[in-house]
Design a protein. Structure first.
Length: 740
C-alpha cells in the first residue's frame, strides 16, 4: 500500500470487527525485537506509540504487549524512561571520527578510517560541518534508504579549509560569493566593506570569518580578487586557490636559494664517482626546463653495457631544517596545470643548480647497472656521482634516431632502446599491466585561449626513459630492503599499489563484456587478461573509455614505509628515486639511501610514515588540480567550437544522464535525461544502460552516438550535450552560473 494511504487505512480499521488474530511474533521474540531497535539507535527516544509504529506492529495482541515489554525492559535497566514519558536505550551511543563527504544539499557521508561502510548524516544533523571537515559523529541508527549507519555530527574537530573560491554577486546592500566547489552548498555572505573592490561576477577568494549556524549563511571577507569570471588567468588562479596551491614562494625561501653557491669544490668532486668522460645525455619534453635525469652508456672490456641512471642530487643543495626543505615538504610535488608549472623548488634550484643541463658539470645521485645483451643485471652500484651531459635531446629528436638510425648518438640511443625493449618484455611476462590511457594537451594562444586539443602520443623514446627509471626505482627499493633481515629492516620510502578491489574489477569485467571482451578474474590471471584486453582494444573507438574505466577499477598507488608490492608494475618492491626536483618522496629516498650507505641506523618508521601520508595527500591534490585545469580548457574549447554534429562514445550511464566522450576532441559531456525528448527513459543500473519506456531504445556503455553541444558552464566545468538530430535552439555559448 502506498505510504500516503497508510494512515487513512489504519483509521478505517478501527471501525471494522475487533482484531482477534494471534500475535505476529511470540512474546519473547517481540521483546528481543524491541530491545534490538533501541540498542541500534542509542540516543534516540520513542513513545509507546512510536515503538509500535517503528516496529510496524499491526495485530492487537502484539500492540497490547508493547507497554508491558517496555516496563519490563525498564525494570531490568536495559532502557530508561525519560521525563516526557518516552523511552531510550541505556546503551551508550557509538562515536567515531571521520571526514565529511558532502554528497548533495540533502545529506553527507562521514568516511571513517577502518570502517567498510560510510555513515550517513542528513543535512539537518551536520551541525554546520562542511565538505572535508574532520568531525566527531554519534551513530544512532540505520539510514532507512541505504541501510548505512546513520548519525549526527556532535563536534567539528578540524575545518578542511577556511578559504573558498567563487564568483561574487553584488547587491546594493550586501554581496554573496557562490563557491566554485560543488560540495559547498551554501553561499557566503560578504559585507560590502569587505569586498576588496571586487566587481560584480569577479572571481574572488573569500576567507570565512563566521561559520554557518542553523539560521545564517557563513560570513566572510574577500582576501584576493582573481579577475573576471571566464577569463583565462582568473580561472586558472581560481583552480589554484580552490586546491590550496601556492601562488608564489615566500621571500625567505627565494632568498635562501639565492645564497647557494654553484661552485663545485675539488673536495666534493673527489668524494664522488666521476662520469664526466662517459657519454651522457638527457631526453625530455621539448618545453622542459628542469632536467632531473640523465643516462650514460659505456661498453665494458668484456662486451657488456654499463648504463648509468643519473638523478639530480637535490639533497646536496637542499639541507634538512632549512626554509627550502620546509617549503619542499609542504608542497611535496610540482603541479602541472595546462599553462604553467607550480614547482616544488624555486627556479634557482629547479632550472639552474639541480637541472642536468648540457655541457655543465652537475652533481648527481646514481644507480649504475652492468647489463648483458639480454638486459640481465650482472652488477649494480648506488652512490653520489658527477656528470657532464653531452647533449640535451627532446623526445622527438630521440625518436627520430630510433626510427632513422641516423644522427648524433644514434648508436647509443638504439642500444638503450634495444635494452629497454627487453626490460619491458620481461616486466610484462611477470605480470605488469600495460595501461596506456590517452592524455591530452592544449595548444594555447598568447591569451591562454585553447586553439586545439592534442592527444599526447607515447613512442619508444618515452618508453626508453621510463624503462630505465623503473629499473632504478625498483633496484634501489630492493637494495634497501635486502640490506637487513626481519625484524631489523631499514625504514624506507616505498611506492606501493594494492591488488584491485574485487567488486570494482567484477563490475569492470561486466562492462568490458558488453564490448565483446572477456576478462579472466581467477587469482594470478588478472594481469595477463588485462594486458590481452589492452592489446585487443588498441586503435578502436572504445579504447580510451575502457582503459580509463580499467584504471578506475584499480587501487590507488601510495607512499608508505611498508614494503608491500606494486601490483600494476608487478614489482615486489618499488620506490621513487628518479625525480627529486619535482617529488619530495624522492628526496627522502636519496637521504635515506645515503644514510644507509654510510652505515647509519634505521630511522623512525612512524615519523616517515607521517611524511608518506602527507606526500600521498599532496599528490592527490595535484592530480585533482591538474584534472580541473584540463576540464576547464575542454569546456572553454567546446564553448567556442563549431556548432556541428560530433561522433561520441557513451562513457558512463547514470540515473540523471548519459556521459559521452567526443572522439575528435577527447572532451566528455553529458546528455541529461531531461534533454532526451523522444521517450521517457528508465535507468537500468545493473546493466549500465537506459531504456525507452515506449520505443524500447537502449543506450548503453560504448554506444556510438552523434551529439551536439547544447551548453557549456565554465563555473561548473560542465558540457551539456544533446542528440545531433534534436533542435539546438537553446545552445548557450557563454558560461552560466546562477546563485544557489
Amino acid at each position: 500500500m502506498p505510504k500516503k494511504h497508510r494512515k487513512g487505512g489504519e483509521k478505517s480499521s478501527k471501525h471494522s470487527s475487533p482484531n482477534t488474530s494471534k500475535p505476529t511474533l511470540p512474546p519473547q521474540n517481540l521483546e528481543q525485537q524491541v530491545l534490538r531497535m533501541f540498542n541500534s539507535q542509542p540516543g534516540q527516544s520513542f513513545s509507546i506509540k512510536g515503538v509500535i509504529k517503528k516496529l510496524g506492529v499491526r495485530d492487537k495482541h502484539s500492540k497490547d504487549s508493547i507497554p508491558r515489554i517496555l516496563f519490563d525492559l525498564e525494570d531490568t535497566e536495559k532502557i530508561v524512561r525519560l521525563s516526557n514519558g518516552h523511552f531510550t536505550s541505556t546503551k551508550e551511543s557509538a562515536y567515531a571520527e571521520g571526514v565529511v563527504d558532502f554528497v548533495n544539499s540533502r545529506f553527507a557521508y562521514i568516511i571513517v578510517a577502518g570502517m567498510d561502510i560510510d555513515t550517513v548524516v542528513t543535512a539537518e544533523n551536520l551541525n554546520n560541518a562542511l565538505d572535508g571537515d574532520r568531525v566527531k559523529v554519534k551513530i544512532f541508527g540505520t539510514y532507512r534508504k541505504t541501510k548505512h549507519p546513520e548519525g549526527e555530527v556532535v563536534e567539528i574537530l578540524q575545518r578542511a579549509r577556511t578559504e573558498f573560491v567563487g564568483k561574487i554577486e553584488l547587491s546594493p546592500n550586501y554581496a554573496f560569493v557562490v563557491a566554485d566547489n560543488k560540495k559547498m552548498h551554501q553561499d557566503i555572505f560578504v559585507n560590502l566593506k569587505d569586498t576588496l573592490g571586487a566587481e560584480n561576477h569577479d572571481k574572488v577568494v573569500v576567507s570565512i570569518t563566521r561559520w554557518p549556524d542553523a539560521t545564517r549563511n557563513p560570513e566572510g571577507k574577500v582576501v584576493r580578487v582573481l579577475g573576471k569570471a571566464g577569463e583565462h588567468n582568473a580561472e586558472i588562479h581560481s583552480i589554484m586557490a580552490e586546491f590550496g596551491l601556492p601562488f608564489d614562494f615566500p621571500e625567505t625561501v627565494v632568498a635562501e636559494s639565492e645564497t647557494i653557491s654553484e661552485r663545485i669544490s675539488d673536495k666534493e668532486i673527489s668524494s664522488r664517482r666521476d662520469f664526466r668522460k662517459v657519454t651522457t645525455f638527457t631526453i625530455d619534453p621539448e618545453d622542459a626546463k628542469d632536467f632531473d635525469d640523465a643516462l650514460s652508456i659505456e661498453k665494458t672490456a668484456d662486451g657488456l653495457w654499463e648504463i648509468g641512471v643519473h638523478i639530480a642530487d637535490v639533497t646536496h643543495y637542499v639541507k634538512e631544517k632549512t626554509k627550502l626543505e620546509e617549503e619542499a615538504f609542504q608542497r611535496a610535488t610540482s603541479v602541472y596545470l595546462v599553462d604553467r608549472t607550480i614547482p616544488m623548488l624555486p627556479e634557482r634550484l629547479s632550472n639552474d643548480l639541480c637541472s642536468l643541463r648540457p655541457n655543465e658539470d652537475k652533481l648527481t645521485f646514481s644507480a649504475v647497472f652492468v647489463l648483458d645483451e639480454n638486459a640481465k643485471i650482472q652488477k649494480e652500484w648506488f652512490g653520489r656521482t658527477i656528470i657532464h651531459s653531452d647533449r640535451r635531446f627532446t623526445y622527438e629528436e630521440a625518436q627520430e634516431r630510433i626510427e632513422t638510425k641516423t644522427g648524433d648518438f644514434a648508436e647509443e640511443i638504439l642500444t638503450l632502446n634495444a635494452l629497454a625493449l627487453k626490460l619491458r618484455k620481461e616486466r610484462y611476462a611477470k605480470g605488469a599491466i600495460n595501461f596506456e590511457t590517452v592524455e591530452v594537451k592544449f595548444k594555447l594562444d598568447e591569451k591562454g585561449k585553447p586553439l586545439a586539443v592534442v592527444p599526447k602520443i607515447r613512442k619508444d623514446a618515452h618508453k626508453l626513459i621510463e624503462e630505465f627509471m623503473l629499473l632504478a626505482n625498483k633496484r634501489v627499493a630492493e637494495f634497501i630492503f635486502n640490506m637487513k633481515k626481519e625484524p631489523e629492516r631499514n625504514t624506507f620510502i616505498y611506492r606501493t599499489h594494492d591488488l584491485p578491489n574485487a567488486e570494482k574489477l567484477q563490475s569492470f569485467s561486466v562492462f568490458a563484456k558488453k564490448f565483446g571482451y572477456e576478462l579472466n578474474l581467477e587469482e594470478g590471471k588478472v594481469s595477463r587478461s588485462l594486458n590481452q584486453l589492452v592489446d585487443a582494444i588498441e586503435g578502436r573507438p572504445e579504447q580510451n573509455v575502457l582503459q580509463s574505466l580499467a584504471v578506475r577499477s584499480m587501487a590507488k598507488a601510495k607512499y608508505t614505509t611498508s614494503a608491500d608490492p606494486h601490483f600494476g608494475l608487478a614489482f615486489t618492491h618499488y620506490s621513487h628515486f628518479t625525480s627529486p626536483i619535482r617529488r619530495y618522496p624522492d628526496m627522502m629516498a636519496h637521504r635515506l639511501l645515503q644514510h644507509y650507505l654510510d652505515k647509519g641506523k634505521s630511522v623512525s618508521k612512524e615519523e616517515y610514515e607521517e611524511k608518506c601520508v602527507h606526500s600521498s595527500e599532496r599528490e592527490k591534490r595535484a592530480a585533482d588540480a591538474e584534472r580541473a585545469s584540463i576540464k576547464f580548457k575542454q569546456v572553454e574549447f567546446m564553448r567556442d567550437a563549431e556548432d556541428k554534429a560530433y561522433e561520441g562514445i557513451v562513457s558512463g550511464v547514470t540515473e540523471w544522464g548519459v556521459y559521452v566522450e567526443i572522439v575528435e576532441t577527447k572532451c566528455e559531456g553529458m546528455i541529461r535525461m531531461v534533454d532526451i525528448t523522444d521517450d521517457y527513459y528508465e535507468f537500468d543500473e545493473a546493466n549500465y544502460r537506459i531504456i525507452g519506456r515506449q520505443n524500447k531504445r537502449i543506450i548503453t556503455l560504448g554506444d556510438s552516438l552523434q551529439v551536439r553541444v547544447k551548453a557549456t558552464d565554465i563555473d561548473k566545468r560542465t558540457i551539456d550535450l544533446i542528440f545531433a538530430d534534436q533542435k539546438n535552439d537553446t545552445r548557450a555559448k557563454k558560461a552560466t552560473g546562477k546563485r544557489r
